[in-house]
Each structure stands twice: as structure tokens, then as C-alpha cells.
Design a protein around this ligand. Structure first.
Ligand SMILES: [Zn+2]
Ligand SMILES: [Zn+2]
Length: 178
């Protein structure tokens, strides 16, 4: 009896590593589609399509920069995603212009239509890309607000405003400030 019990126990124990092996074997197969999503090809460009780019790699979650330089350059706030420069290719760029306020960074825009496109810190392996220039569906997520201390006085990032599908939530005439 005792010997039989040992055999039964041995059978259960020998089956256990097999079950674990099956689970380990399955795990990489389940992870594969996720790796494929990260390697997706994204493209984007300016309003008139004179500047176009492709990104063959992951793109960073979107950061909203409220600094005074981004405000002037974009007309409001720079919503920026980013890509590794090694994954970034300009596929059309004859009208791409660069403006540098300092020696360490430059801002890219379309010289034909004026669209804000890039913020490029020259020493960085990453280029910041205007999120609105990425072709939809972007598959990108929001991350954070930065330089909120420098924001303009006409808005609060945390404030919920009236929303409309069209322009029917626009302000009436009395909403002009003196
Ligand atoms: Zn353009
Ligand atoms: Zn900024």
C-alpha cells in the first residue's frame, strides 16, 4: 500500500512540471501580438502635406507643454508625442523649415502652410512631434501637463468647458472681454 501511494505521488509530481512547462510555453505566444502592436508604422505631416514623416517604432504618450515658447510657436499649447530619431524618417520635406531660439534646440514647421511639427533637442536621441500631426487613428494616450506655471492666463487645463459636436457652443457676443 505504502509503495503504491509513493507511485501515485510520483505520478502527480511528474505531471506538475509538465503543466508548468505548458504554461511557460504558452506565455511567449500570448505576448507576441503586443510586440507587434509596438512595432506599428505611423505616419503624419502638415496641413498641406508638403511635409510628411514616418515612425517605425513606438511613440511616447502625449505631453502638453504650456511654456511661453510653445505658446507662441503653436498659438496655444504644444501637445507633443515623441519618437526615437532612429525610428523617424522624413518622407517629404522640401518645405520643412527650422527655427532655433537657442543653440540646443530647434522647432520644425511647414514653410508652405505654417503647421507646427517638431521640437528637436539636438543632443537628444528623441524628437518631439506635434501630436495633432500624426495621422489618425494615432493609438496614442495622454500623459501629463508640463510648464503649467508658465501658462497663459486665459485658460485652466483642469477646467471642463461646454462641449459641442459642431460650433454651436461658441460664445455669444456678450462674451467679449473689454
Ligand atoms: Zn504644409
Ligand atoms: Zn514648451
Amino acid at each position: 500500500m505504502h509503495a503504491l501511494n509513493l507511485v501515485a505521488a510520483a505520478t502527480i509530481l511528474s505531471a506538475l512540471p509538465l503543466a508548468l512547462a505548458v504554461r511557460h510555453w504558452r506565455a511567449p505566444r500570448m505576448a507576441a501580438p503586443r510586440a507587434a502592436r509596438q512595432a506599428r508604422l505611423r505616419a503624419g505631416g502638415c496641413l498641406c502635406e508638403a511635409v510628411r514623416y514616418e515612425v517605425r517604432g513606438p511613440m511616447r504618450a502625449v505631453v502638453y507643454c504650456h511654456c511661453s515658447q510653445c505658446r507662441r510657436h503653436t498659438g496655444h499649447v504644444m501637445a507633443a508625442t515623441a519618437a526615437r530619431k532612429a525610428h523617424f524618417v522624413l518622407t517629404r520635406h522640401a518645405d520643412l523649415r527650422w527655427f532655433a531660439l537657442s543653440a540646443h534646440a530647434r522647432r520644425g514647421f511647414c514653410g508652405a502652410c505654417g503647421s507646427t511639427l517638431f521640437w528637436d533637442e539636438l543632443s537628444s536621441a528623441v524628437i518631439n512631434i506635434a501630436a495633432g500631426s500624426v495621422d489618425p487613428p494615432t493609438g496614442l494616450r495622454e500623459h501629463s501637463h508640463i510648464f503649467v506655471g508658465s501658462k497663459a492666463d486665459y485658460y485652466r487645463p483642469e477646467r471642463a468647458l461646454p462641449q459641442a459636436v459642431g460650433d454651436d457652443a461658441g460664445p455669444p457676443e456678450e462674451e467679449w472681454d473689454p
